[in-house]
Structure formats: C-alpha cells, structure tokens
Design a binder for this molecule. Structure first.
Ligand code: SF4
Ligand code: SF4
Length: 85
C-alpha cells in the first residue's frame, strides 16, 4: 500500500473580526492575545473615553476568536470564512 504524500500544505484558514467599539473599555487583552497580531489600539476614543482596538492587519486573521474569549465586555468577536469550492 502506497503512503499518502505529506508534502501538501494545509489550506489557510481565514477569519474576520468584528469590533463593537462602544462596549470596549480599552483593556487591551484582545490585542495582547491575538496570535496573528491583527489588532492595535485606535487613536480615536469611544463615547466612554477609551481607546478601542482596530484591525490593522485584517488579512492575517484566522478566526480563532481568542480575542472574543478574552474580552471581558463582549466587545469583539470573529467568524471564520467559509471555504469557497
Ligand atoms: S480571531 Fe484570532 S486571529 Fe482574528 S483578531 Fe481575534 S485573536 Fe486575532
Ligand atoms: S478585550 Fe474587549 S474591552 Fe479589552 S480592549 Fe479588547 S475589545 Fe476592548
């Protein structure tokens, strides 16, 4: 029996991150824990007076949702893009 080739690269997983800036309290957990360095603080303030995150590198998002899991204020979440056939 022939062995399966192991040289295939796995398909790249792509995600999209959504930020509800008015809920954010500027703790920075999402920025700190994002493994793909997608997020950074915006220079703008929200209505509460906090800097909120923005996606500065959106193409790198893998939709892991770690940002959403760490956010104490449910201000950020992600979805994984469905693979096109
Ligand atoms: S879903 Fe994952 S890769 Fe995308 S912004 Fe959140 S933590 Fe970063
Ligand atoms: S983890 Fe949530 S509250 Fe903290 S900076 Fe990110 S979006 Fe804002």
């Amino acid at each position: 029996m022939e062995k399966e080739s192991t040289t295939k690269t796995p398909p790249k997983i792509k995600g999209e991150v959504f930020i509800k800036k008015e809920r954010c309290k500027g703790c920075g957990f999402c920025i700190q824990f994002c493994p793909s360095k997608v997020l950074a603080f915006s220079k703008e303030f929200n209505e509460k007076g906090y800097h909120f995150p923005e996606a500065v590198n959106p193409d790198a998002c893998i939709g892991c949702n770690l940002c959403g899991l760490y956010c104490p204020d449910f201000a950020i979440f992600s979805v994984r893009e469905k693979k096109s056939k």
